[in-house]
Design a binder for this molecule. Structure first.
Ligand SMILES: CC(C)(COP(=O)(O)OP(=O)(O)OC[C@H]1O[C@@H](n2cnc3c(N)ncnc32)[C@H](O)[C@@H]1OP(=O)(O)O)[C@@H](O)C(=O)NCCC(=O)NCCS
Length: 159
């Protein structure tokens, strides 16, 4: 018997943080690992909200630290499911710094893939994604990233 998958729209998660001195690297910028922890948490919340299950991160792809984040910055992190497989979900996450003039500057972006689990920690089916027009570009990027990551895995296994 096949289970009918429900279809739903994804909600964007938004998380604001103030960058403290203990999050700095020796150059005085925000340490990349701390940025990734915030992105991972925000993206996991987006994946959990969409799938209605517990999730675990399986990969973090296409991380781009485009602009530095400084101690004292207000940063805004966004995360939204932009592609789904059967049991996996890919979330686009972006981090922006408040430029102090009412604007936001994008500093970091990444695509994080999660797997949804049932109560026995077995991968479980996620809903189908009803894609919104504003997410089409990120959806296409996520599909390219998922496909190229799969090919890379296969190539690495052959070594
Ligand atoms: C996530 C995990 C259960 C996947 O195990 P697995 O044996 O590969 O499971 P499956 O083969 O059933 O794959 C489950 C899903 O993960 C996806 N997946 C597995 N490895 C992947 C990879 N390297 N890249 C992208 N997706 C991957 C599969 O494509 C599948 O998705 P789909 O159903 O949408 O096609 C296992 O790798 C795990 O427990 N990892 C640790 C997770 C964790 O602790 N995260 C926190 C780290 S900070």
């Amino acid at each position: 018997m096949s289970i009918k998958r429900k279809t739903k729209q994804a909600e964007q998660m938004v998380n604001w943080n103030l960058v403290f001195p203990n999050q700095a690297n020796p150059s005085g910028n925000m340490f990349g690992g701390d940025v990734l922890a915030i992105m991972d948490t925000t993206a996991a919340m987006a994946a959990k909200r969409f799938s209605e299950h517990q999730v675990s991160t399986v990969t973090v792809e296409a991380v781009h630290f485009a602009k530095p984040i400084m101690v004292g910055d207000n940063i805004k992190t966004t995360a939204k499911v932009v592609a789904v497989g059967s049991t996996s979900l890919t979330v686009k996450s972006d981090v922006y710094r408040d430029d102090g003039n009412g604007g936001l500057m994008k500093c970091v972006s990444a695509f994080l893939t999660f797997v949804a689990f049932d109560y026995q920690r077995q991968p479980t089916i996620v809903p189908l994604l009803e894609l919104l027009p504003e997410d089409e570009k990120d959806h296409k990027k996520a599909l390219i990233i998922r496909e190229s990551a799969k090919k890379r895995e296969e190539m690495l296994k052959q070594l």
